[in-house]
Design a protein around this ligand. Structure first.
Ligand SMILES: Cc1cc2nc3c(=O)[nH]c(=O)nc-3n(C[C@H](O)[C@H](O)[C@H](O)COP(=O)(O)OP(=O)(O)OC[C@H]3O[C@@H](n4cnc5c(N)ncnc54)[C@H](O)[C@@H]3O)c2cc1C
Length: 372
């Protein structure tokens, strides 16, 4: 439990983990047991940390809780996005098992907007919570982007996580999504890019390079993750922007250009500017695009024009109530904040559960008064 950075202190995270693991091992963590069951139900779209946190609190209050998810497992990005070496999957699975034992009903492989109608969910339940996260990968429009072995980050990370969970993953088993023995180039400078480079190292890549158009100081990913990746042998090519993917059918190299950082833009970040005649080429058998995520077009997917979204496509909510522009429809997590963190999704989910409870009870009281 002594931290290894040389400060001679005890890391709080390790202490918390020890206490939590002990609680699970000793059977002190028990399923939710509501004091009384209520007649109303809540539908939650998305079984990531936001949806699960809300599900637990609502079940505790005695509501019938139904969670719908398009994946075949519970956990959202905690199960298929965040790599195993950062978050052990049994930690997620033991929590979802506990929710099942507490009476939360999961409907997996259920894609709301396609297999399941959002309007029907609103009719079925007294309130609906949207906790769908952000999944539309930002793309890059460059010559050669359609070559084989140029992948979005989530394809690569999901295949790796599925393998770790013991699934059959043909695209991994036939070598397509396995970095072993390959020269891997990851494009991007966020935490997802760091997860990709570190996963590629663990799969036994021949070399792993990260191409990022700003410098180390200006990258969005955590500095600790960069230091970890460097320690593991990842080479960072700072101030480098991809120009084209080269190859014949399959990618063989990435041509990139040097960049210098110009004047700050409206957000205060220095704008990357290409340096002329600065092209260089790096070998690549596999390229992973980790350029961030945007929300899907939810009003269109859910066929609900009245659902207000921001200009970035995130769902607008009243921050005091977590309610969207639709009566009885709430939203939490990344779909409200944009790509964020697990702790924020959990916080949002708990807050929204309280607000959903107030909403349903206020409606029930009003209905009872009207009936008198
Ligand atoms: C590669 C990667 C690494 C990360 N690492 C960290 C980290 O180390 N620490 C950290 O705190 N955060 C990390 N994050 C961010 C964190 O995972 C997210 O902020 C968090 O999971 C958001 O929770 P959520 O509940 O809002 O959404 P999600 O976890 O994305 O869950 C949303 C769920 O909704 C489901 N869904 C979506 N649309 C539909 C639909 N139409 N019908 C049915 N179901 C649907 C999805 O299948 C998914 O299960 C990482 C993110 C990525 C991509």
């Amino acid at each position: 439990m002594i931290e290894q950075a040389g400060h001679g202190t005890v890391t709080i995270g390790s202490v918390e983990k020890y206490i939590t693991d002990t609680a699970w091992e000793e059977g002190w963590v028990k399923p939710v047991k509501p004091v009384r069951e209520r007649s109303q139900s809540v539908g939650i779209v998305g079984a990531g940390p936001g949806g699960l946190a809300a599900a637990e609190q609502l079940r505790r209050k005695g509501y019938e809780v139904h969670v719908y998810d398009r994946y075949d497992r519970v956990g959202g990005l905690m199960i298929y996005g965040i790599p195993n070496f950062k978050l052990e999957k049994d930690v997620v699975e033991r929590r979802s098992d506990l929710l099942v034992r507490g009476g939360v009903q999961f409907h997996l492989n259920c894609d709301v907007g396609n297999a399941e109608n959002f309007a029907d969910l609103r009719k079925k339940h007294d309130a609906v919570l949207i906790a769908t996260g952000v999944y539309k990968a930002r793309d890059i429009k460059l010559p050669g982007v359609g070559l084989q072995n140029v992948f979005p980050a989530m394809d690569f990370l999901t295949a790796s996580n599925r393998k770790g969970l013991g699934d059959d993953v043909p695209a991994f088993d036939d070598g397509t999504l396995d970095a072993e023995g390959k020269a891997v180039v990851v494009i991007g400078g966020g935490d997802t890019a760091m997860d990709c480079v570190r996963t590629a190292v663990r799969q036994g890549a021949k070399s792993v390079r990260c191409l990022y158009r700003r410098d180390r100081k200006n990258m969005p990913g955590s500095q600790r993750e960069v230091a970890n990746a460097e320690e593991e042998g990842v080479e960072f090519l700072w101030l480098s922007a991809p120009e084209a993917f080269l190859g014949n059918g399959k990618v063989e190299a990435v041509r990139a250009q040097r960049v210098h950082l110009g004047m700050p833009d409206a957000t205060g970040r220095q704008t990357p500017q290409i340096i002329e005649d600065s092209s260089f080429t790096v070998e690549a058998d596999m390229v992973i695009k980790a350029l961030g995520f945007d929300p899907e077009d939810l009003p269109k997917l859910f066929d609900t024009e009245g659902l207000e979204v921001s200009r970035w496509g995130t769902v607008r909510v009243n921050f005091n109530t977590s309610m969207t522009s639709l009566d009885g429809v709430f939203a939490v997590g990344d779909i409200v904040r944009g790509a964020s963190l697990v702790v924020w999704a959990v916080r949002d989910g708990r807050d929204a559960a309280e607000q959903i409870h107030h909403y349903i009870q206020a409606k029930a009281t009003a209905a009872a008064e009207a009936a008198e």
